[in-house]
Design a protein around this ligand. Structure first.
Ligand SMILES: *Cc1c(COP(=O)(O)O)cnc(C)c1O
Length: 235
């Protein structure tokens, strides 16, 4: 077994243990393997161990991997990085999901650029829940307005919310922020009963995210190892 396959097994065990502690079924939580900065060969290794969903942060790099791995049509590609308007077409044409919708204009572009031959693009609204330094994501009070605009776009399918909480090592503080997101998710579900995805939790806070109700954890380092710092800082 390769180290990626070993790490995947460990992460799946962490998910199962965290779910068991709060009485949830592990199947309620999708594991998104974040392969940014890692080569297509690393994705192949993870795919050979049964991993289906992969997350990419950089449009160009992500598209290269999507295109290098067309022989693996079972794979599901999630764009999870900041999205500039001039790159939206590549996301609309190559990805299955986009987690980082934070304005009507980008939603409209993705809708208009999504090829009719593909199913609607699954999208999440990114919420700026705790990181005042981050320019990504919208405030909670703007979620319902943006959701209404997305719901009117036929080539997009609103699936839920995503957040990247500010880094925090204390479990109770991680949990408090994750619970705020979970509450916002439940409120949105009242207006849009079909939404099913709360994308929350990374290598260092996945346990708190799962306890709060995350349905999708985005895990990079714990699966693929540390990233090259120079690439990472492009984030
Ligand atoms: C890099 C990244 C992750 C994965 O982070 P790790 O700490 O390596 O697990 C998850 N989500 C987003 C949006 C990222 O950019």
């Amino acid at each position: 077994m390769t180290s990626i396959q070993h790490n995947l097994q460990q992460v799946r065990q962490r998910i199962a243990a965290a779910a068991a502690r709060c009485g949830r079924a592990p199947e309620e939580i999708t594991l998104l393997a974040v392969s940014k900065t890692k080569p297509a060969s690393a994705v192949k290794e993870a795919a050979a161990a049964g991993q289906i969903a992969f997350g990419e942060n950089y449009v160009q790099e992500g598209v290269e991997k999507v295109q290098a791995l067309t022989a693996h049509p079972q794979l599901e590609w999630h764009f999870i990085g900041p999205l500039q308007s001039n790159k939206s077409r590549l996301v609309a044409e190559n990805f299955d999901w986009c987690h980082t919708i934070d304005r009507q204009r980008i939603a409209q572009r993705l809708n208009d650029q999504r090829p009719a031959s593909l199913p609607p693009l699954n999208v999440l609204i990114q919420v700026n829940i705790s990181d005042e330094n981050s320019k990504s994501g919208i405030m909670l009070d703007a979620v319902s307005g943006l959701a209404q605009q997305i719901a009117a776009l036929p080539q997009l399918r609103l699936r839920g919310l995503m957040a990247i909480p500010a880094a925090e090592s204390d479990y109770d503080r991680q949990l408090a922020v994750c619970q705020q997101m979970a509450e916002a998710f439940r409120q949105l579900q009242q207006d849009y009963p079909a939404i099913d995805t709360l994308s929350l939790g990374m290598s260092d806070d996945m346990e708190a995210a799962i306890a709060a109700g995350s349905t999708m954890v985005r895990i990079g380092t714990a699966i693929f190892g540390a990233r090259d710092a120079a690439r990472n800082s492009q984030q």
